[in-house]
Ligand binder design. Structure first.
Ligand code: PMP
Ligand code: GLN
Length: 384
């Protein structure tokens, strides 16, 4: 029954694996959602907004207080100065930002250069937009950007580069040279870059550098972000797109017909988060660093070499040392064997071989949960 524009797009792995976690009572280190809610003051602001009557349609671009808060956030952290009336739009999570950007910018047949492994909604929405994805593979164990491969991926049909840093699922953060290379390619070929920076605050080494801050990039970069990751409020689905007016207009052209407007009472509360609780994301990142080390060291000690990510709340392990050559088979067996759920990375690849042996764990769970998961894994027979 489903229309052909969705043909060949597999159901999202997150539904399968979270369903498996519920059915088997497993600890869910698969889907990336925290098991503790964001700041109480922000929850209280949402409650207040509901009771104060912010319950009818918000303006299509988003409530002015939140657009102003997003603009102020861009200025405070990055020295960027988007005009809150023309260069900021509030989206229903970054997921809608991705969808609206691709629908608004890609013509049928246009090529979209994308890093793989890729977040699964990219695959779906490039196809729905009629685009052709052209992956550039980040390879285990370093996941550095192969600049020659990036250059080779660009053709006269390339419409845009869809970037993601900090990168899900690898946890890699593009370094200064890699960002400069992306910028050079984009400028040389006069390309737009849509950059998904939802994990902008969840970085463990150096502060985040938005692509839009590089010379010559502000005018060609559409940046996507979201409250969900930075404030542990993934269920709120409040995100935003910022960039030059011509790119934001393209997002709005699609967004107005997808949802028109996003969660009215949550928007003023999101403004409170960005304005009054601005220190929360840093504390979250500090606490995630400790949990990252706990999980990565623990998994490596169990015979699952795990890359310590520079950002996000995901880490990838190589399952081959335990005799598995297929991370999907490993992930399907793991709930029964150990009562733990992880995500196979191969589903985020065109080049399945590059990700076949990799599985992703989310460490945005309480320390006790991570310890319990490691204990279960230690007590289980994990060998193939
Ligand atoms: N992009 C990436 C890279 C993500 O990991 C996520 C989280 N699911 C999203 C976009 C979607 O964000 P949101 O939940 O705000 O729609
Ligand atoms: N971004 C989260 C992840 O990668 C959630 C994905 C989802 O539920 N669609 O796990």
């Amino acid at each position: 029954m489903v229309a052909s524009r969705f043909a060949g797009i597999p159901p999202t792995i997150f539904a399968e694996m979270s369903g498996l976690a519920v059915r088997t009572g497993s600890l869910n280190l698969g889907q990336g959602f925290p098991d503790e809610d964001g700041p109480a003051a922000v929850l209280e602001a949402a409650r207040q907004a509901l009771l104060d009557g912010a319950n009818q349609y918000a303006p299509g671009l988003g409530v002015p207080a939140l657009r102003a808060a997003v603009a102020a956030h861009q200025h405070r952290h990055y020295g960027l100065d988007p005009d809150p009336d023309r260069e900021v739009v509030i989206t229903t999570g970054a997921t809608e930002g991705v969808a609206a950007a691709l629908l608004g910018l890609v013509e049928p047949g246009d090529e979209v250069v994308v890093l793989e492994p890729y977040y699964d909604s990219y695959l779906a929405m490039i196809q729905v937009a009629g685009g052709v994805r052209v992956p550039v593979t980040l390879r285990w164990p370093d996941f550095r950007l192969d600049v020659d491969a990036l250059r080779a991926a660009v053709t006269p049909r390339t419409r845009l580069i869809l970037l993601n840093s900090p990168h899900n699922p690898t946890g890699a953060v593009l370094d200064a040279d890699e960002l400069a290379a992306v910028a050079a390619v984009a400028i040389e070929h006069d390309l737009v870059v849509v950059t998904d920076e939802v994990y902008e605050h969840l970085v463990f080494d150096a502060p985040h550098v938005p692509l839009a801050t590089l010379p010559g990039m502000a005018e060609r970069t559409l940046t996507l972000s979201s409250l969900g990751k930075s404030y542990s409020l993934t269920g709120w689905k409040i995100g935003w797109a910022t960039g030059p007016a011509r790119l934001v207009e393209a997002v709005v052209a699609a967004k107005q017909w997808l949802t028109f407007t996003s969660g009215a009472p949550l928007q003023p509360a999101a403004a409170v988060a960005l304005t009054d609780v601005a220190g929360f994301p840093r504390q979250l990142a500090d606490s995630l660093r400790i949990r990252r080390d706990l999980l990565c060291d623990g998994l490596t000690a169990l015979g699952l070499p795990t890359r310590r990510p520079e950002g996000t709340y995901f880490a990838l392990s190589d399952v081959r040392h335990l005799g598995w050559d297929d991370g999907l088979a490993f992930c399907r067996a793991l709930p029964e064997r150990a009562g733990v759920v992880a995500i196979p990375a191969q589903v985020f690849h065109d080049d399945t071989e590059a990700g076949r042996h990799l599985v992703r764990w989310a460490f945005c769970k309480r320390t006790e949960v991570l310890e319990e998961a490691l204990g279960r894994l230690a007590g289980a027979d994990l060998a193939r």
